[in-house]
Every structure is written in structure tokens, then in C-alpha cells.
Design a protein around this ligand. Structure first.
Ligand code: UGY
Ligand code: MN
Length: 248
């Protein structure tokens, strides 16, 4: 089926909307039986990487020097940590601090979001701990008192961690209360439902499966449309001074 050159995907200096019809898969070193869709990377201007790892049954992913966050979208993964193995099913997630020895293997064909970021140390902050969880067990809090817009914080909100991973859920018709413009950058995967995303001076219809990258200070707003809630998984860097690492 030809799309005659049309797509909802769009790349602008301050954002990327990457829709599944434009995904290109690639193998990467350190993984066997895994194809990656790279959504965000330094080549784009991002200071982290975000990809979807598509595992065949038995596929493996080795360790990384950076911090790594895994979120299972489909299928079952096993995470080997020394002699222990942890199982991750859809909605299951893991945070692995930088250089944490581990390996991932697919118990079934599986898809997972993989985020990697070089760790920014902060004087006085404790080292971040390895962490595991299930999306369904993380409490949801109304955003600024709005019960129709809820946030689940998957990582602890303390200065050991230099990024946040949140799930935001919008009931149909719910919207961000303001256009946000902030120093943090975002990587966002639409998990369910859809709506309208404002990015810079552009408005896009977006739906489950779409990926969005927002550069620091990209004006952003979302309103949910349709008959079921819209849900997205969102990365943002956090709790570090903007000049950190930039002074000699
Ligand atoms: O936490 C955030 O910055 C979030 N509210 N941004 C967003 O959803 N685009
Ligand atoms: Mn934001």
C-alpha cells in the first residue's frame, strides 16, 4: 500500500512526531535477535536515547554504560541480575543505574521501550537505586487538583535520580491546564487513546503508537479526544542545574 508521500510524522527544530508508518528497524551491537526503532538520540539533538526494542523469542540485550529504563509494552522479558532473574510482563518496568551488570532476555516475542541516559552526578546526592515496578501498582495523582488528568510517577522524585518517567492519563476531554514551556526535554510514547498535541506552533492529531520528542523550551499542550482515556509514557530530565557539567 503506497501512502503517496504523506504521513503525520513531522520533524521541526524543536520537536519530532514519529508515527509508526515511518519506523525503520535496525540491529544494534550488544543485542541478538532484537530490532530497534530509534526514536530519540543525540543525532536529533536529544541528550538521551529512547527506542523500542522488538525481541524475537530468546532475543537478548546486554548491559550498557548509561542508566537504563525498561518498560514492557508486549510479551515477557527476563532480567538477569547476577544469579537472580526478574520477570517483566506488559506494564512492568525496571530502572538500572549506570554500569549495573544485567542482561535482558525475551521469554516470548516482546516489545519494550528502552531509555538510556548518561548519569549526571550531583554532589551530596546518594547513588540511585535499582528499581522494579508495575504500572498498575503505581498510585495515580490528580494534576493540579484535576481528577480527569492523572499522573503516575514511576521513579522516586528525589535528587539521586536525574530523570523522571511518568504515565499521564487523560479522560476524554481532559487537557493540560496550560501551554507548558520548560527547560526539561521530553520523550513521549502514546500508549492508549489519542487527541491533539500542540508542539511549538503546530497542532497534530496523535494516537497510540506515536512517539514525540520535545526539545527544551518547546511549547507543548495536549487535549484528549475520543471515547476512551488517552495515556502516555513520558521521559523528562529533572533535578539538575542547567549549567551542570558546562563550567570548567
Ligand atoms: O511533566 C510534564 O512536563 C508534562 N506535564 N508535560 C507534558 O505532558 N507534555
Ligand atoms: Mn512538559
Amino acid at each position: 500500500m503506497h501512502h503517496l508521500g504523506s504521513t503525520r510524522s513531522s520533524l521541526k527544530p524543536d520537536h519530532l512526531l514519529q508515527t509508526p508508518d515511518t519506523f525503520i528497524r535496525t540491529p544494534l551491537p550488544g543485542a541478538e535477535g532484537v530490532q530497534f526503532v530509534i526514536h530519540a538520540a543525540p543525532q536529533l539533538g536529544a541528550r538521551f536515547t529512547e527506542m523500542t526494542a522488538e525481541f524475537t523469542e530468546g532475543g537478548t540485550l546486554g548491559p550498557t554504560q548509561a542508566q537504563r529504563f525498561l518498560y514492557v509494552l508486549e510479551g515477557r522479558l527476563g532480567l538477569t541480575l547476577g544469579r537472580k532473574t526478574r520477570a517483566l510482563a506488559p506494564g512492568g518496568f525496571a530502572y538500572l543505574p549506570h554500569s549495573a551488570p544485567h542482561a535482558v532476555h525475551a521469554k516470548t516475542a516482546a516489545r519494550a521501550i528502552v531509555i538510556e541516559k548518561p548519569y549526571q552526578r550531583q554532589a551530596g546526592a546518594a547513588r540511585p537505586e535499582m528499581l522494579f515496578g508495575k504500572q498498575s501498582e503505581v498510585p495515580a495523582t490528580p494534576v493540579l487538583g484535576d481528577e480527569s488528568l492523572r499522573v503516575q510517577m514511576l521513579l522516586p522524585d528525589d535528587s539521586s535520580y536525574d530523570f523522571a518517567m511518568n504515565i499521564m492519563t487523560y479522560d476524554p476531554g481532559a487537557a493540560l491546564p496550560m501551554v507548558e514551556v520548560h527547560v526539561m526535554e521530553h520523550g513521549l510514547l502514546m500508549l492508549e487513546g489519542g487527541g491533539i498535541y500542540r508542539l511549538g506552533d503546530s497542532w497534530y492529531s496523535v494516537k497510540a503508537g506515536d512517539f514525540i520528542w520535545m526539545r527544551a523550551f518547546c511549547p507543548q499542550w495536549f487535549g484528549a479526544l475520543g471515547k476512551k482515556p488517552a495515556k502516555y509514557l513520558i521521559y523528562k530530565d529533572s533535578r539538575r542545574h542547567p549549567l551542570e557539567g558546562r563550567c570548567a
